[in-house]
Ligand binder design. Structure first.
Ligand SMILES: Cc1ncc(COP(=O)(O)O)c(C=O)c1O
Length: 408
């Protein structure tokens, strides 16, 4: 069989192997990897999960391995809905919640439900790189809006919306991560959030709010979610990947019930229902208050790692290198002098310094970001972070020097 001739055209649209390569790097024992956005395995509640799993099988028997409702295990949906109040400032009922197989499936279901080929999707520049794999599958056109230290620049968004209108186009979705953005690490303040929801409402564009990291804040919680500011216009997505463990593959969407009904239709052809046993485990774990107590510990761990990362950068960075200062989440976004290509620097750094990060262009729709890159500090052992950052800084210094030599 000549397989090359058999693949669908959409595979040309989504053929980015960056994530697959990242996960491979994380497995190489000789490389200190700041590449993949993996949680620290020390936050995985192994003992509690063993106990809770036994309890689930004792209490629910074979039902735990049976198919379940497409919208999710009702008790878990109720628990999520109730928790949306204190955690996100959102009033939700069970009818507003669908349980998904992770945040990525949540995005995919929303895309499947809302997007036609040629539709315009507004994304942040830079944005979460897997969002491209999801949205590209639906043949959409991206409009990228730059971020600054306060997240998506709503002034630029407004300019883009005016321009789209001039072209007779209407954006179909705005995808944003207002808290501890991936890869920027930045957070949108309240006044900008208000402007964003007001603008989206005025133009009648749904917002997909991705809150994957919002609960992992350091000194203080981020401002109220966009969902809290405009419950009817925001499709809220979050995940248990960072606050429990990505292997459980569960997330959720909070959306108006009419949208949930469509999302359920979309999910039927995706996986019909998310893992029944996984949902019962997460419910039991959450019901006993274990999720919330683990999150407190996880925040402290990631804050310590963030601190070490920023201190190491301050200590080792060559002149001309700048970076963001996250108040939560997993990521620092770095900028190096123009003319240094982060993609070739990455190849050099893996080979010569045995350190990895993600080069900037992976996070843009249009090849920008050549002098930028992402460092994820969540995964590496605390004791290795300073060494890893010093290796990155040596790689940058080497490239600055090399560029200087070439230019004289
Ligand atoms: C911004 C963002 N959204 C969503 C996800 C979804 O992850 P999952 O499918 O594991 O829930 C991630 C994971 O890295 C992420 O960084």
């Amino acid at each position: 069989m000549d397989w090359q001739d058999t693949f669908a055209d959409r595979m040309d649209l989504i053929g980015d192997t960056a994530v697959i390569e990242l996960l491979k790097l994380a497995e190489r024992p000789d490389v200190l990897s700041f590449a993949g956005g993996l949680p620290d395995a020390a936050t995985f509640p192994m003992d509690a999960v063993k106990e809770v799993t036994a309890q689930v099988f004792d209490d629910h028997g074979s039902m735990s391995l049976q198919y379940g409702p497409t919208a999710g295990y009702t008790a878990l949906r109720e628990w999520i809905a109730e928790r949306m109040g204190p955690v996100e400032g959102v009033t939700a009922t069970v009818d507003d919640i669908i349980v998904t197989s992770g945040g990525i499936e949540a995005m995919d279901l929303i895309a499947k439900t809302l997007l036609n080929p040629g539709d315009v999707v507004i994304v942040e520049a830079p944005t979460y790189l897997t969002a491209f794999s999801v949205f590209r599958c639906y043949g959409v056109e991206f409009v990228a809006v730059d971020i600054d230290d306060e997240g998506m620049r709503v002034d630029l968004l407004e300019e883009q919306l005016v321009e789209l209108e001039r072209q007779g186009k209407h954006a179909k979705l705005i995808y944003t991560m207002p808290a501890f953005q991936n890869p920027g690490g930045v957070t949108m303040p309240l006044d900008r959030r208000r402007k964003l929801v007001e603008l989206a409402d005025r133009y009648n564009i749904p917002i997909l709010e991705d809150h994957a990291y919002a609960e992992l804040y350091f000194d203080r919680a981020p401002p109220p979610s966009l969902k809290a500011l405009n419950p009817d216009g925001v499709l809220f997505v979050s995940t248990f990947s960072k606050i429990f463990g990505p292997g459980i593959r569960l997330g959720w969407i909070d959306a108006p019930p009419a949208v949930i009904a469509q999302l359920c239709q979309a999910k039927l052809g995706s996986d019909q229902c998310s893992s029944t046993v996984a949902q019962r485990i997460v419910y039991e774990y959450g019901r006993q208050g274990l999720m919330d107590s683990q999150i407190v510990l996880s925040r402290a761990l990631y804050q310590a790692k963030r601190n070490t990362t920023l201190e190491a950068l301050t200590g080792h960075a060559p002149p001309g290198m700048t970076w963001t200062r996250p108040d939560g989440g997993f990521y620092v976004w770095l900028t190096i002098p123009e003319g240094i290509d982060s993609t070739s620097m990455l190849a050099w750094a893996v080979e010569h310094e045995k350190v990895a990060f993600v080069a900037g262009p992976s996070f843009y729709t249009d090849g920008r970001g050549t002098n930028q890159f992402r460092v994820c500090y969540s995964y590496l052992d605390q004791g290795l972070i300073e060494e890893g950052i010093s290796r990155i800084c040596r790689s940058v210094a080497h490239h600055i020097e090399r560029r200087h030599r070439v230019s004289v």
